[in-house]
Design a protein around this ligand. Structure first.
Ligand code: DGJ
Length: 719
């Protein structure tokens, strides 16, 4: 049983994997948090009021109680999990537990992405119904615990059970107190083309806030934060983490108070969110996923990887190896015609590529990024045989055909804008701020959602299309839908996301065989929300192999390799000007969903032969890189070397990838200690040398890399 109720102590213990989470209903019907960490027996913990009543203080006891759902107005001064403004303008709330229920499995979240179960035995769900008697607000706090991993998901369902309208001013899907503050915070920080750098900082009194107000999860911060002990590393120590399953603006707060306590909360960003609840209306918060690891950051990541790969991603591609692709973007940008595309595809087919992706520039009159978004009709002067003709020719070469869209956008220079100038996000009487010379469609509006669904579906049905790259290339401005009344204007960003999720659900279910990859100027929306609809994301617009080490290493903190698009591009690299070998570019990209993004006709005969070998190797290894357990071994954030490995589920096959940025003179060979092997097995390398599993884990595997930007990949097989 994953959830056990102890009636005499009035505690609920949620346990799975090596984790437990304990809740208590006190005599005043408050829902309190007792514990989250290493697995405990169900009756191991009881509420001890002395923890909170034995010291005299200016502060009210309520301000230091370990609330599961802190609310404001009666002595709690932190961020409320649920903040409500009543009809009288006051924001006092008091949530008391009315009932609780344990059920098998995990219910879906209506209209929102969420992890799921395939068999009800995989998880159990605990729901509390709480009420604020004065306003009639009803809150259902839903906790699901996955049996095998101990991942705990949380979401809140708010219902106005009163007679007057309420305004939701704060909505944090998870809010977890800690009895200690001697911890570090770890999060992912970046910018366009350098997303998801790992940042680690000691927790200090006050607040650490990571957030986005951009209307997308964004390049700058990722909806993830972990707390860990000072000595936690990749392989040992405790980590408590939260990942927010949402693709829009968010807030994750880590607040260390004046009593040595700390609170981690994750939810909607109140700067750009509020919600009016009329009597009878409901609002569902996005899901927060809590993962605890007692075995360092690798342990945490492995739990997220398995959950997001197998119980967040959906559809037939979830469990399939992804095709080796070629994308024409960096090869041609907007400068292509059918002939040029076909010659790239021909070369690609010869080296074993399986999917040709036509990127931006195939529609309207788009020859640069200044027009035509919204006009999803093929440009016949570039592609005289249309998409169906081009796709047929590509298929005749034995390749699948994929297509780029940016469906959420509208160019001021487009037929769509000329017919519907009011369909973009804007505020009447103010300039419409353009970014990349484009505006954003107001997806809060059902007629705009319908347009996007029908325009994209028309293209998808017009030709044989096997793959879609769904791009989104700017952040929101003037995000106050003209279709909403003043008191609902601050709902725009969340309503946009609900509209987008509706569109994605409709299109991905109508075309279940298509492989979808999401993108937002590279990794500007690399989040669990998008992975629910599309099993892979374009990791970054930075394709430089050395930069990619940090990008893929940082991304792997939360997301599996099966979620990361990774391409070999031309040198000098277009983002950094760096020249790296084809070998290194291949060795880096094979650790994700492998592709090329260059004009293969510009490669020499020798390079083409090498590219062909790389493709063959990728095909040989891709099942292992998709399903294997990923271990980070050497960090690019700490030196010139990066190493990671993929270990097959039966632990008999291991792929070790080692990379060197700048070479260090007079340097001893690297000794890389492997993880997750069978200690008693003997592993054989490609050159026939043999190693004992325990020795590889304790003593390490010797690697010597020579020269700047070099790499080696080793496949070891248990005998
Ligand atoms: C941004 C994406 O990240 C690129 O890969 C490419 O698709 C361009 N948009 C096209 O405009």
């Amino acid at each position: 049983m994953s959830i056990e109720f102890n009636a005499s102590a009035c505690t609920w213990t949620l346990s799975g994997g090596s984790t437990s989470y304990v809740l208590h209903r006190d005599k005043q019907d408050r829902l309190l948090h007792l514990y989250w960490g290493k697995r405990l027996a169900a009756d191991a913990l009881r509420w001890d009021p002395r923890d909170y009543s034995s010291f005299a203080s200016f502060d009210l006891p309520v301000s230091i109680l370990p609330h599961e759902l802190p609310v404001c107005g009666s002595g709690w001064y932190g961020t409320p999990a649920v903040g409500i403004r009543g009809a009288d303008g006051s924001e006092v709330t008091d949530l008391q537990v009315i009932s609780s229920e344990i059920s098998a499995g995990k219910p879906p979240l209506p209209g929102l992405p969420a992890t799921y179960t395939e068999k009800s035995s995989e998880a159990q769900t605990l729901s509390f119904l709480l009420c604020d008697k004065a306003t009639g607000l009803m809150v259902t706090a839903q906790y699901s615990v996955f049996e095998s991993s101990g991942a705990i998901t949380r979401s809140l369902i708010l219902k106005n059970g009163g007679t007057s309208a309420l305004t939701v001013t704060s909505l944090m899907s998870a809010s977890v107190p800690f009895w200690r503050n001697d911890l570090d915070a770890v999060h992912l920080h970046g910018a366009w083309a350098r997303e998801r750098n790992i940042v680690r900082t000691p927790v200090a009194p006050g607040e650490l806030r990571i957030s986005s107000a951009r209307g997308a999860s964004g390049h700058e911060s990722n909806p993830f934060l972990a707390l860990c002990e000072h000595n936690t590393d990749e392989h040992s120590g405790c980590v408590w983490s939260v990942s927010f399953v949402y693709s829009g603006s968010f807030e994750i707060l880590c607040r260390a108070d004046n009593f040595g306590h700390l609170r981690l909360s994750a939810g909607m960003n109140p700067d750009v969110f509020s919600w009016r609840l009329e009597p009878g209306e409901t609002l569902v918060s996005p899901e927060a996923v809590l993962v605890f690891s007692g075995s360092g950051f690798n342990g945490m990541s492995q739990l997220y990887h398995a959950l997001y790969r197998e119980r967040l991603a959906r559809g037939c591609w979830r469990d399939r190896s992804r095709p080796v692709l070629i994308n024409n973007w960096e090869g041609t940008y907007f400068d292509f015609d059918e002939q040029r595309l076909l010659s790239i595809a021909e070369n690609a087919a010869e080296i074993g590529v399986e999917l040709f992706v036509l990127d931006d520039g195939w529609f309207g009159k788009r020859n640069s990024d200044n027009c035509s978004l919204g006009d999803w009709t093929v440009n016949l002067s570039k592609l005289p045989a249309g998409l169906s003709g081009l796709s047929a020719k590509i298929h005749d070469m034995g390749l699948l055909f994929g297509l780029w869209f940016e469906p959420e956008m509208i160019s001021p220079d487009s037929d769509l804008y000329r017919s519907h100038p009011d369909w973009c996000l804007h505020v009447d009487g103010r300039p419409r701020t353009e970014a990349r010379q484009q505006l954003i469609l107001d997806l809060t509006r059902p007629e705009v959602q319908e347009y996007v669904i029908s325009a994209i579906s028309a293209v998808l049905s017009s030709a044989r299309i096997d793959y879609v790259k769904w791009d989104m290339n700017r952040n929101m401005t003037e995000a106050y839908s003209v279709s909403l009344p003043p008191e609902r204007k601050k709902e725009t960003q969340h309503r946009y996301m609900l509209g987008l999720y509706h569109i994605l659900e409709t299109i991905t279910s109508a075309y279940p065989d298509l492989l979808f990859e999401s993108c937002s100027g590279g990794g500007g929306r690399f989040d669990p929300g998008m992975l629910f609809y599309m099993p892979q994301t374009w990791t970054s617009d930075d394709t430089d192999a050395v930069e990619r080490l940090k990008l893929q290493y940082g991304t792997s903190l939360v997301y599996p390799a099966s979620a990361m698009g990774a391409h070999v591009s031309a040198v000098p690299n277009h983002q950094t000007g760096r020249i790296t070998s084809l070998k290194m570019r291949g060795d880096v990209a094979l650790a994700g969903n492998f592709g090329f993004e260059l004009d293969l006709s510009k490669l020499s005969v020798n390079e083409l032969a090498e590219a062909k070998e790389i493709v063959a190797r990728v095909k040989h290894l891709r099942n292992l890189t998709r399903t294997g357990t990923f271990h980070r071994l050497l960090s690019p954030f700490e030196g010139q070397h990066t190493a990671w490995s993929f270990v097959s589920p039966d632990r008999k096959t291991v792929l070790l990838c080692v990379y060197q940025a700048l070479s260090i003179p007079n340097c001893a060979p690297l000794r890389i200690r492997l993880c997750g092997l069978l200690p008693d097995a003997w592993y054989e390398a490609a050159d026939g040398s043999r190693f004992n599993g325990a020795a590889l884990m304790q003593q390490g595997f010797t690697v010597f890399l020579r020269g700047d930007f070099s790499s080696e990949v080793f496949l070891l097989q248990a005998l």
